[in-house]
Write a new protein. Sequence first.
Length: 132
Amino acid sequence: MPGSSLWLLPPPYHPLTPILTTLIAKTSSHFSSPHLFLPHITLTSDISPTIYSPDPQTWLSALKFPLAKDVKVSLGNLNSEDVFFRRLYSKVEKDGVKEIGKVARKTVEGFEREDAARKWAEEEYMPHCSLL
């Protein structure tokens, strides 16, 4: 199902933000890709716009995400796949972001129940930081 995604962005003041932004731009240029994007980890996709309309900020603010101190992003090895959204990426250690991914996934139709979102986070979620 097509829909929206929720991204985890590094804070603008974090030392990796300008490094990742530059790396994404240089990689895009090197491979003649027209796609530029903010550094991010996709928490979930396929969110129906009807869920957050007409006030996306109010909807987003009501989500019960874990505290920032409980989210840990650890970048890993570089990988490449023949999938548009995973053309070139750094793996992210799942344990540090699994809970925030589960909370985000509960916003997707069919994953509203805790057990369904937990199963997705444990078995299907593949956190990564896209570079191309």
